[in-house]
Design a protein around this ligand. Structure first.
Ligand code: CMC
Length: 447
C-alpha cells in the first residue's frame, strides 16, 4: 500500500526540487518512506532508487516504462494532457514558425539560442564537415539496390566511428565531443541522400557549401549529373519545419536507446546508430512510412474509410490505424496540428491535389467521432500527415523514416551529452524471473 504525507516545504536542488512530501510504502508490516521530487513544471516523481536495498529485494514492475522516469532532463518539456511541447522552454509552435533547423539544433544541444556569432561559427562548422570519406562510397555500392535506407543509415553512422577512431575515447574532452557532434549533424544528410542515390544506382551528388542545410540535402537527393536541382523555397521551408518538429521528444524509444547504449560509455556514433535502429520500427518513427502505405492501401481498395476504421477497432484483426495514438499525448499531438496546416499550404502552393490527403482527412474525422478512439484518447500523431508532405516534395516512401532521423539527431545528441555530463550510471533494469526452478542436467541420450 502506498500513501502520501502532505507537502510542507520544498528543498531546492540545482536540477529539481526535493519535496518535504514523501510517499510511504507498507510491506510485511513495515513502513518505508520514499522521497518525492518535483520538476520545474511541477510534475512529480516518487524516488524509488533505494527501494530494493531498503526493502530487502523488492523492485517495481512497469513493462514499457509507462510510469517510470528514467532520468531528470532539462532539454524538452512535454505535457501530453494539454498538448504542450517545448524545447529548452521555447514552444514548438514558435520555433516551427520562426526558427531554422540549425538554430534549433544548437538550442537543443547547447541549451540556449545562439547569438549571431555563435550561429555563424556553428553553421560554418556544419557546412565544412558535410563531405564523407571517399572510401565510404564503396560501402554504399556493396549494398543491394533494394536495401532499406534505414538499415544503410544505421550501419553508415556506426561506420563513421571507424574513420574517426579518436572519437572512441573522448569522455571528458568537450572540444573533441563537439567535433563529433558537428560531424554527425553535417554528414547525416549526405549519408541519407547517398543511400537514396545508391538505391537507384545513380552517381552520388556531393554537398555544396553555398547551400544551407535543407537546400543542400535536397540538392544531394535530387540533382543529377545532367541537371542542377532547382531550389524551391516552399519545399525548403516545409522541410525546415518538419525537421524542427522532430528534433526532440524527451524519453521516447529511440532516445532512451541512445541514452542506454551511451550509458555503457559507448561512443556517440555507436549510440546514434542504435537510436536509428530503434526509430525504424513502425510503432515509432517507421509509422510515417506505414501511414502512407496504409493510405495507399485504402485508396486502392476504393477509399471506404469506415471499413478500415472498423478493422482498426476489431481486436481479432492486427490492423491498427497507423499515425494514430501516442504513449504520451492524450488530447492532441501539437506537432500533428502544425503539420496538418503545413500540409494544406504546401500542397496548395505546389498545386498538388493528392487523393491521399482527402483520405487522411476523412479517416481523421471518422476516427475522432468514434467512441473507440475517443474513449482511448487516440488522436493523429506527428506521423499522420508528415508523409503526405514528404511525398509532395518528392521524397520516396522508404526514405520517410530517414527524414525523421535527420530531424531527431540533435535530440539524441543532446540527451547523450546530458546523460554523460550528469555522470549517470550504466542502465541496467531488473526483472522478475518466471522460468524453471533449479533442475538437474540430463544427458542427450537420456532425454
Ligand atoms: N489503432 C487502433 N487501436 C489503437 C491504436 C491504433 N493506432 N493505438 C492504440 N490503440 C488501442 C490499443 O489497441 C489499446 O486498446 P485496448 O485498451 O482495448 O487494449 C489502447 O488503444 C491503448 O493502446 P496501447 O498500444 O496500449 O498504447 P501504447 O501507449 O502502448 O502505444 C502507440 C502507443 C503509438 C505505439 C500506439 O498508439 C500505436 O501503435 N499507434 C500506431 C503506430 C504509430 O502511429 N506510431 C507513431 C507514434 S508517434 C511517432 C513517434 O514519436 O514515435
Amino acid at each position: 500500500m502506498m500513501s502520501y504525507i502532505g507537502a510542507q516545504k520544498k528543498i531546492h536542488n540545482t536540477e529539481y526540487i526535493e519535496m518535504s512530501e514523501i510517499a510511504k510504502i507498507e510491506l510485511g508490516g513495515k513502513t518505508y518512506e520514499l522521497p518525492i521530487i518535483e520538476g520545474t513544471e511541477n510534475e512529480k516523481g516518487i524516488d524509488i532508487s533505494k527501494l530494493r536495498g531498503a526493502t530487502g529485494g523488492y523492485i517495481t514492475i512497469d513493462p514499457g516504462f509507462k510510469n517510470t522516469g528514467s532520468t531528470k532532463s532539462a532539454i524538452t518539456y512535454l505535457d501530453g494532457e494539454n498538448g504542450i511541447l517545448r524545447y529548452r522552454g521555447y514552444s514548438i509552435e514558435e520555433l516551427a514558425e520562426k526558427a531554422s533547423f540549425l538554430e534549433v539544433a544548437y538550442l537543443i544541444i547547447y541549451g540556449e539560442l545562439p547569438n549571431e556569432e555563435q550561429f555563424g561559427a556553428f553553421a560554418h562548422s556544419i557546412t565544412n564537415h558535410t563531405l564523407v570519406h571517399e572510401d565510404m562510397k564503396q560501402f554504399f555500392e556493396a549494398y543491394p539496390a533494394k536495401a532499406h535506407p534505414m538499415g544503410v543509415l544505421s550501419s553508415m553512422v556506426c561506420s563513421l566511428s571507424t574513420f574517426y577512431p579518436e572519437s572512441l575515447n573522448q569522455d571528458r574532452d568537450e572540444e573533441a565531443i563537439d567535433l563529433t557532434i558537428h560531424r554527425l549533424i553535417a554528414k547525416l544528410p549526405t549519408l541519407a541522400a547517398w543511400s537514396y542515390k545508391n538505391s537507384m544506382r545513380h552517381p552520388v551528388v556531393y554537398p555544396k557549401n553555398s547551400l544551407d542545410y535543407c537546400e543542400n540535402f535536397l540538392s544531394m537527393m535530387f540533382a543529377m549529373p545532367t541537371s542542377e536541382y532547382q531550389i524551391d523555397q516552399t519545399i525548403v521551408s516545409a522541410l525546415n519545419k518538419l525537421l524542427i518538429l522532430h528534433a526532440d521528444h524527451e524519453q521516447n524509444c529511440s532516445t532512451s536507446t541512445v541514452r542506454l547504449v551511451g550509458s555503457s560509455h559507448a561512443n556517440l556514433y555507436a549510440s546514434i546508430s542504435a537510436g536509428i535502429s530503434a526509430l525504424w520500427g513502425p510503432l515509432h518513427g517507421g509509422a510515417n512510412q506505414a501511414v502512407i502505405e496504409m493510405l495507399e492501401q485504402i485508396n486502392n481498395d476504393g477509399g471506404d474509410v469506415d471499413k478500415w476504421v472498423a478493422k482498426a477497432k476489431d481486436k481479432s484483426d492486427p490492423f491498427r490505424l497507423m499515425g494514430f495514438g501516442h504513449r504520451v499525448y492524450k488530447n492532441f499531438d501539437p506537432r500533428a496540428t502544425i503539420i496538418k496546416v503545413a500540409c494544406d499550404r504546401v500542397l496548395d502552393q505546389m498545386g498538388i491535389d493528392d487523393p491521399l490527403l482527402d483520405i487522411a482527412k476523412k479517416l481523421e474525422k471518422v476516427a475522432l467521432e468514434d467512441e473507440y478512439f475517443k474513449s482511448r484518447n487516440l488522436y493523429p500523431n506527428v506521423d499522420f500527415y508528415s508523409g503526405i508532405i514528404y511525398k509532395a516534395i518528392g521524397i520516396p516512401t522508404e526514405m520517410f523514416t530517414v527524414m525523421f532521423s535527420i530531424g531527431r539527431l540533435p535530440g539524441w545528441i543532446a540527451q547523450w551529452k546530458e546523460m554523460r555530463a550528469n555522470n549517470e550510471p550504466i542502465g541496467r533494469p531488473r526483472q522478475i524471473y518466471t522460468g524453471s526452478n533449479e533442475r538437474d542436467y540430463v544427458s542427450l541420450e537420456k532425454r
